[in-house]
Design a protein around this ligand. Structure first.
Ligand code: ZN
Ligand code: FE
Length: 256
């Protein structure tokens, strides 16, 4: 029996934890403290850490966790990520024994150049590539690169549970409404997710089907987003990656 939970960390991060009641794996433990508290409370031993990219809010717990549990640390090839034991790139697989978990590694550059995502057991751990109704800022990559990463994610099954590294869903919905205010699925999502947050519950995981229907950053092939981009860029027939770039630019301007 495997359990998956999002553990809140910092202001709005989630550390995703899989466990089998004895052994645990954590994705992006930016802070060791809340993870150690959870593992202690449930008498779990941490066997592995999976890292999506080099940002400190995803890797800050590595040193302390490795010291305490002697766990494996899987990560993309980047010297800025501390205490890595297994370097990964797109196309690799991760086979864990305790707990028994199997993941495929997807290269998802854009937010950072090193960004990878993990796919397995019907779940996608996408770090800061996709958020609920949003996507990560382009700190290192360009929009064509991010659009290609999102295309790889769009190719996954609709039922895939989308496990993002931040709780940004409500503010992302506020932005999405400014460019797709007549999307009925988006408005229904807003009601459901506001109710969850009112009870301090996570809006995640969502499903890829829901993201495809409501997340503007996954809808850059759709006619309504293409029309939005044509108006925003003031020229007809933008390419899909240009539609993505227009949505990203509009969101960055909206963020201020
Ligand atoms: Zn990040
Ligand atoms: Fe982050």
């Amino acid at each position: 029996m495997l359990t998956l939970i999002p553990l809140p960390a910092f202001e709005d991060n989630y550390i995703w934890v899989w466990h089998d009641d004895r052994h645990a794996v954590a994705v992006d433990p930016g802070d060791a403290a809340p993870l150690i508290a959870y593992l202690d409370a449930h008498q779990l031993a941490l066997t592995a850490v999976l890292i999506t990219h080099h940002h400190r809010d995803h890797t800050g717990g590595n040193a302390r966790l490795r010291q305490r549990y002697d766990c494996a640390i899987y990560a993309p090839d980047n010297p800025r990520i501390p205490d890595v034991t297994h370097v990964l790139s797109g196309g690799d697989v991760v086979d864990l024994v305790k707990p028994g978990l199997h993941f495929e590694v997807l290269a998802t550059p854009g937010h950072t150049l090193d960004h990878i995502s993990y796919v397995g057991h019907g779940c996608l751990f996408c770090g800061d590539t996709v958020f609920g109704c949003g996507c990560g800022k382009l700190f290192e990559g360009n929009s064509a690169m991010m659009a290609a990463s999102l295309d790889a994610i769009l190719a996954l099954p609709d039922a895939t549970r989308v496990c993002c590294a931040h709780e940004y869903t409500l503010s992302n919905i506020d932005f999405a409404k400014t460019i797709a205010g007549d999307n009925a699925t988006l408005l229904a999502r807003e009601r459901a997710d506001r109710a969850l947050r009112a009870q301090d519950r996570p809006t995640l995981p969502s499903t890829l089907a829901l993201e495809k229907a409501t997340n503007p950053f996954l809808r850059f092939h759709e006619p309504d987003m293409t029309a939005f981009a044509a108006a925003y860029l003031n020229r007809p027939h933008p390419r899909p990656d240009e539609v993505f770039r227009a949505i990203r630019a509009a969101k960055d301007a909206w963020d201020g």
